[in-house]
Design a protein. Structure first.
Length: 190
């Protein structure tokens, strides 16, 4: 079982590369963004609470996210190839909570794969994604807030996972198949 944290700033290609990993390896996929957008779309209490945070460019409280993740993770059953965590963890306390949640099940994160993309490219990708998809959180003002949150609260995870010995840096700018080849190299050697 190879549980993977796919990591990077908003717009770094986490979703695109996750799709390729799912097709190649049969991994499960938990995208906190997709889960939360589904809750918001369905108008659930969680969705309403989450929308308040997201509209302000803020992170969802840890306890809430861990409960959601544990429930979705358990839905894959006891025997699976592994799960890609996409959009979580975003803070060191979340990484510690994820480690604890998985350990309770006798599982662990095998690798944290970081997709590193220059900031100006991230802005271009996210503005374009907003125009194409109609995602209301992909506007320039909210994107700047999300990138600031990423740099201040999320990027310290690179060092944290480095200390865990499972951080892998991938150049996330360039040809999709080259990027995926670099990711496959990491996964195949776990």
């Amino acid at each position: 079982m190879k549980n993977i944290v796919i990591f990077g700033a908003p717009g770094s290609g986490k979703g695109t590369q996750s799709d390729k990993m799912i097709a190649q390896y049969g991994f499960g996929h938990i995208s906190t963004g997709d889960v939360l957008r589904g809750e918001i779309k369905n108008g659930t209490e969680l969705g309403k609470t989450a929308k308040g945070y997201i509209d302000q460019g803020q992170l969802i409280p840890d306890e809430l996210m861990i409960d959601i993740l544990a429930s979705v993770y358990d839905g894959f059953g006891k025997e699976h190839e592994g799960v890609i965590f996409d959009g979580f963890p975003r803070t060191i306390p979340q990484a510690e909570a994820l480690k604890k949640m998985l350990a309770k099940r006798g599982h662990k994160v095998a690798a944290m794969i970081e997709l590193d993309v220059p900031e100006e490219e991230l802005m271009k990708r996210l503005v374009l994604r907003g125009q194409q998809s109609g995602r209301t959180d992909d506007n320039e003002e909210t994107i700047k807030k999300r990138l600031n949150v990423y740099h201040s609260q999320t990027s310290p995870l690179i060092k944290w996972y480095g200390k865990e010995g499972i951080h892998y840096h991938i150049d996330g700018f360039g040809e999709l198949d080259r990027i995926f080849g670099d990711i496959r190299h990491v996964i195949d050697h776990l």
